[in-house]
Design a protein around this ligand. Sequence first.
Ligand SMILES: C[S@@+](CC[C@H](N)C(=O)[O-])C[C@H]1O[C@@H](n2cnc3c(N)ncnc32)[C@H](O)[C@@H]1O
Length: 280
Amino acid sequence: MSAERDIKFTAADFRRLRQMLYQRVGIALNDSKSHMAYSRLVKRVRQLGMRQFSDYLDLLDSNVDEEEWQHFVNALTTNLTAFFREPHHFDLLRLHALERAGQDRVYRVWSAAVSTGEEAYSIAITLLSLPQLNRKRLELVASDIDTRVLSHAADGIYDADRAKALDEAQLKRFFLRGVGRNAGKIRVRRDVRDQLSFYQFNLIAAQWPDMGRFDVIFCRNVLIYFDKPTQAAILQHFATCLQPDGLLFLGHSENIQHLCDAFQSCGRTAYRLVNPAVRG
Ligand SMILES: C[S@@+](CC[C@H](N)C(=O)[O-])C[C@H]1O[C@@H](n2cnc3c(N)ncnc32)[C@H](O)[C@@H]1O
């Protein structure tokens, strides 16, 4: 415990907090994250007039306040993201969509850990830029466990300097520029925002609702927070909700080799579903 901490946070508190987070959302914090956990939650503990973390953890454990659990989860998730992060995935997405553009059905894409929305809007921009694709035959779903980032994503408002990966034509076609007190901000145009549906969804839920089959799933830079059995269970679920030949994109440091035989590598952290599974 550091000397200048005014709220008591012991090693046992950290172990307990870590276990609670793991059980709720699957995030496995290692020992080095103790300071991070303290700094992200201490304000809330103070706001509640508590002098020690153990009281806060008792409050959560008493399960009287589901909202407090959400606050806890929102504080401890890491939400780093960017427009067109790992751009090679968007090239593959474009090709995959074009191959299916003539088919008489809806093309469905799911961003399964969307954070503040940049990933989902990059998908939308990629697909809406294809003249061959009818936007009425496009369904874009975005989800995250963190309600705070989901609300940011639905608003679609960003600092303009976060849009460096976008060219002028994309900015003009898909965004509005803020003026007056909104100068320096950009907002995704309403028709593009309306193309997306946002949901809260916990990837470690044992039972997944029937969401139909997607053509592409983006699940990038989140598996890395989970242990191997949790990763394997999520991949198995993905195999039940992708179209045969559907694509799964993972983050740059995520590797599913030896975890699930339903997928075959088809590019850098890109996988094609080769053994579709049925829902159990
Ligand atoms: C680092 S961000 C990745 C954002 C985006 N996919 C990207 O690659 O730029 C990880 C996201 O995973 C979300 N997350 C963490 N645990 C989750 C869970 N159990 N279910 C759903 N989302 C989760 C976090 O809230 C966070 O927004």
